[in-house]
Write a protein that binds this ligand. Structure first.
Ligand code: ING
Length: 301
């Protein structure tokens, strides 16, 4: 029995610093409508999809950034998105900044099923950037200031007939992210990203930003025999260019759908989750081929 699933990557263009959540939500509802018209069962929105990429700004008093965080998901301003999705029977992944009741701050994503129920949560493990103001950078990248490392590990969930795992942005650059989830059976790994066009840590020709964006997702789709969907927040936010390149990669490592703009754009692909089985049963049959007696250093240093 083939397990056909039509998935969408709902790329968002720039969200201005003071753009309202209602505006961002309405833009995402429009993409959901397009997804429904194109028969999507599941849609992947970006990381921090409700606001501008606020780690770009330094604030001495972190509580002054509270306006960019969600205290509940869904909340009053995001419920319309959940309602529209469940009305259309579409599940989705949504990235946002989480402020917990006991004051912890995470870069978070939720998995939502086709009835609008939150079925899974992930908190970003690999936080890039820095925690203090660094004047030499053209833009700050203060994720280590505004978020704690995720405390939920890399989970996977049975949904839409398959096993789905979640990640966020910088996580996609770390092979451990995918391998942990694929060891748990992940057939589809979904993630959102906000990736500045300029690497503010060191000089890097900017064509490498897109090359590394796709290399990391394609290579790990192949090496873990799974589909990978990466959805950008793209375009120029307050003068800072974020790359687009949202894509859907299949277990062969090939990209089967690719965004062409740096604006709100839905890309889709009708996939057969069974395509993930061939690699898992042959070249990447972990039980048959892995030699964990030689791998200890990966998790010990
Ligand atoms: N963004 C970037 C990313 O990993 C970054 C951080 C920028 C890493 C430049 C390396 C080079 O795509 C987020 N949000 O993690």
């Amino acid at each position: 029995m083939s397990r056909i699933l039509t998935i969408g990557a709902a790329q968002l263009g720039p969200i201005a610093p003071e753009e309202s959540r209602a505006s961002a939500v309405n833009r995402m509802i429009e993409l959901l409508k397009q997804a429904g018209d194109r028969g999507c069962n599941f849609v992947v929105f970006p990381e921090l999809a409700l606001t501008t990429f606020f780690p770009r700004y330094y604030e001495e008093d972190i509580s002054k950034m509270d306006r960019y965080y969600e205290r509940e998901m869904p909340g009053p301003e995001t419920r319309p998105l959940f309602e529209e999705a469940s009305k259309r029977g579409i599940g989705f992944y949504l990235g946002y900044a989480e402020l917990t009741p006991d004051g912890h701050r995470y870069n978070t994503a939720v998995l939502v099923d086709e009835t609008g129920k939150v079925t899974g949560k992930y908190r970003k493990v690999h936080l890039p950037g820095h925690s203090e103001y660094e004047g030499q950078r053209p833009w700050q990248h203060l994720e280590k200031r505004y978020f704690e490392p995720g405390d939920l590990g890399f989970g996977v969930w049975r949904q839409h007939g398959g096993i789905i795992g979640m990640a966020l942005c910088n996580d996609r650059r770390w092979p451990e992210t995918y391998r942990v989830m694929s060891l748990k059976g992940a057939e589809l790994i979904v993630l959102g990203y906000n990736t500045p066009d300029v690497n503010t840590s060191a000089f890097e020709p900017n064509h490498l930003r897109m090359f590394h964006n796709h290399l990391t997702m394609q290579a790990n789709a192949y090496m873990n025999s799974c589909f990978v969907v990466g959805t950008a927040k793209a375009g120029v936010e307050d003068g800072c260019m974020l790359i687009g390149g949202s894509c859907i990669a299949q277990p062969s490592g090939e990209i089967v759908s690719l965004a062409t703009t740096v604006e709100d754009e839905l890309i889709t692909s009708t996939i057969d989750l069974d395509l993930a089985k061939m690699g898992k049963e042959t070249v990447f049959n972990y039980a048959r081929h892995r030699r964990i007696e030689h791998y200890g250093i990966i998790a010990s240093q």
